[in-house]
Design a protein around this ligand. Structure first.
Ligand SMILES: NC(=O)c1ccc[n+]([C@@H]2O[C@H](COP(=O)([O-])OP(=O)(O)OC[C@H]3O[C@@H](n4cnc5c(N)ncnc54)[C@H](O)[C@@H]3O)[C@@H](O)[C@H]2O)c1
Length: 256
């Protein structure tokens, strides 16, 4: 018996990186998973890999910044899953820069995905989450929600908002038995690592070494290490009395 048996989970940004690891971890613990991404090739590949390993998954192509697409994604997810008990808001846009570098369009783009997109997914899933009795929302925030790295204004701001969205939703949804928590990853080795380095314009090997040395454990984290924390918060069995909380998984990057 898996700890998520008979549950249905929606995971956004499941095509690669942390979202892919989360979708696989949740599926290997017994839940059916709707893998959501706007990238058809990678999203399909995650669902295929879960199905080939004996799990049950479907890919539903969706841009979470479009409320109409989110509405039909939730309806299609319900059709496949039978119930929506778990929602993992993980998809994200990465726009970096100092305040004078960022255009109005870039601000709107990042908030539409990282903040409003998360809220829209909760809003559309809400009638189904209310029926579950074991429902959990897990939002991917970041150490950037807590510490302000230089020239990271839009991304830091959006991730700061994810933490307050998490707490606000926890307050309002507790009466329906819906727990809402966040995970704050530190530096995790995914394609986002390379988007960050490209923005900095620094030497790749040297910067990777700096990322590794910035944590107490002297390495970057793996997507699977974030997926374990998400599984804990998604599982009613493991975290039934935890809501409005955030777990920092950063190898000690923010220890002080
Ligand atoms: N990698 C890190 O070091 C790190 C650190 C802290 C927090 N995080 C957070 O973890 C989460 C995952 O990050 P990652 O490193 O795996 O990123 P990634 O870029 O590797 O993967 C993101 C996935 O989201 C999808 N996506 C992006 N915009 C979308 C949209 N509008 N609609 C649907 N799908 C969309 C992409 O296609 C991709 O599959 C993000 O919320 C990120 O902010 C990552």
């Amino acid at each position: 018996m898996g700890k998520l048996d008979k549950l249905g989970a929606v995971v956004t940004g499941a095509g690669e990186g942390i979202g892919e690891a989360i979708a696989k971890e949740i599926a290997s613990n017994g839940a059916k998973v709707a893998c959501i991404d706007f990238n058809e090739e990678s999203g399909n590949s995650t669902a295929k890999s879960i199905n080939e390993s004996g799990g049950e998954a479907v890919f539903i192509k969706t841009d979470i910044s479009d409320p109409n697409q989110v509405k039909s994604m939730i309806s299609d997810s319900l059709g496949f899953l039978g119930s929506i008990d778990i929602l993992v808001n993980n998809a994200a846009k990465f726009i970096f820069g100092a305040v004078e570098d960022v255009s109005q369009d870039q601000w709107e783009d990042i908030l539409k995905v990282n903040v409003i997109g998360y809220s829209t997914c909760v809003k559309e899933a809400l009638p189904h989450l209310k029926k579950s009795g074991k429902s959990a929302v897990v939002n991917l925030a970041s150490v950037s929600s807590i510490i302000a790295g230089p020239k990271f204004v839009p991304y830091n701001t959006s991730k700061g908002a994810v933490l307050m969205l998490t707490r606000s939703l926890a307050v309002d949804l507790a009466e329906f038995g819906i727990r809402v928590n966040a995970v704050c990853p530190g530096s995790i080795h995914t394609s986002a690592t390379f988007k960050h380095i490209e923005h900095m314009g620094t030497d790749v090997e040297k910067t990777l070494k700096e990322f590794q040395e910035s944590s107490l454990l002297r390495r970057q984290g793996k997507p699977e290490e974030i997926a374990k924390a998400v599984l804990f918060l998604a599982s009613h069995e493991d975290s039934s009395f935890i809501t409005g909380e955030n777990i920092i998984v950063d190898g000690g990057l923010t220890y002080n």
